[in-house]
Design a protein around this ligand. Structure first.
Ligand code: FAD
Length: 267
């Protein structure tokens, strides 16, 4: 295995241009599992650890190299809340938001937040930069729209720190677990409610019909909340796998989304 350790972003882009298809290594918490299981055998690995430009964390932009450990102490409540649920302290010290995007698991916890706030993914190569909405970047289970010569620089996000927001997930235990269902709800305004669900479709997804059922109503009635729960259950596309059945996922997703929304309502 050939290891390249650039000191800065230009070095990463040059290395990608020189080694098309090289594998990028951030925290290694997904990649090294794959290597250890012999699911991947990268010939050239470009290590991102020393690249300061990827660690920007400021209002409006989160660098790909920002770790869960930083996010859990950051100013964005739902992102901090979800970061605290990722793996163990060791995983959170190494794992990054960019790695969550690079893996593009339908269950990636960070991806629920990015979908809820309509984040844009910023990519760079020696030929320039481009920006894709999260929904154009995530194209299928563990598939994304990054070209071989590109690095994920980070995500553009709205300044969401003051919005009512919450994250929750269901797993087989409380910690160190891949979500059976996860959910992020944000309320930028009374007439704008966004619900993102993970592990219930080929990618993280939004549920527009359920969103429409509760916009404009900061104090929805029990009937309206029940309708919201039903629309979430019907608006997702879960599968049965070794973690849960489709039926369980639908039920859990509806309940989880309603409870998460309730945490975003006044009072
Ligand atoms: C024990 C354990 C528990 C875990 N728990 C959770 C959990 O609770 N929730 C959760 O969502 N995930 C969890 N994970 C998965 C993993 O920690 C996360 O997906 C993490 O965000 C990956 O980040 P990383 O920096 O380690 O990525 P890496 O492993 O370094 O990379 C992952 C993929 O992204 C690519 N990549 C990384 N950075 C970039 C970049 N800047 N540009 C382009 N491509 C890039 C890599 O090439 C690779 O394909 C867990 C993993 C383990 C081992």
């Amino acid at each position: 295995m050939h290891l390249v350790r650039p000191r800065d972003l230009d070095g990463v882009l040059d290395a990608l241009a020189a080694h098309p298809g090289a594998t990028l290594l951030a925290g290694g918490t997904d990649l090294m599992v794959e290597v250890n299981l012999q699911h991947r055998r990268p010939e050239t690995v470009i290590c991102l650890r020393r690249v300061e430009e990827l660690r920007t964390f400021e209002p409006g932009f989160i660098g790909a190299g920002v770790t869960w450990a930083r996010l859990e102490h950051g100013p964005i409540p739902a992102l901090a809340e979800l970061a605290r649920t990722v793996g163990s302290p060791q995983i959170r010290a190494a794992g990054t938001l960019g790695g969550n995007l690079g893996t593009a698991s339908p269950a990636g916890d960070g991806l629920t937040f990015l979908a809820a706030v309509d984040a844009h993914v910023v990519l760079a190569s020696t030929t320039g930069r481009r920006t894709l909405p999260w929904s154009a970047f995530l194209v299928g289970p563990k598939r994304h729209a990054r070209r071989d010569d590109e690095v994920i620089l980070g995500v553009e996000v709205p300044d969401a720190a003051a919005w009512p927001q919450a994250f929750a997930k269901v797993g087989v235990r409380q910690a160190m677990v891949i979500a059976i269902v996860n959910c992020c709800v944000v309320r930028p305004a009374d007439d704008d409610v966004r619900v993102a669900m993970g592990a219930v479709g080929p990618t993280v997804l939004r549920v527009p019909d359920a969103e429409a059922a509760v916009v404009g109503d900061p104090t929805p009635s029990a009937e309206r909340l029940a309708r919201f729960e039903t629309l979430v259950r019907d608006g997702i596309a879960p599968i049965t796998d070794h973690r849960a059945t489709e039926a369980y996922r639908r039920h859990a997703a509806g309940v989880l989304a309603r409870r998460t929304l309730e945490r975003c309502l006044p009072g």
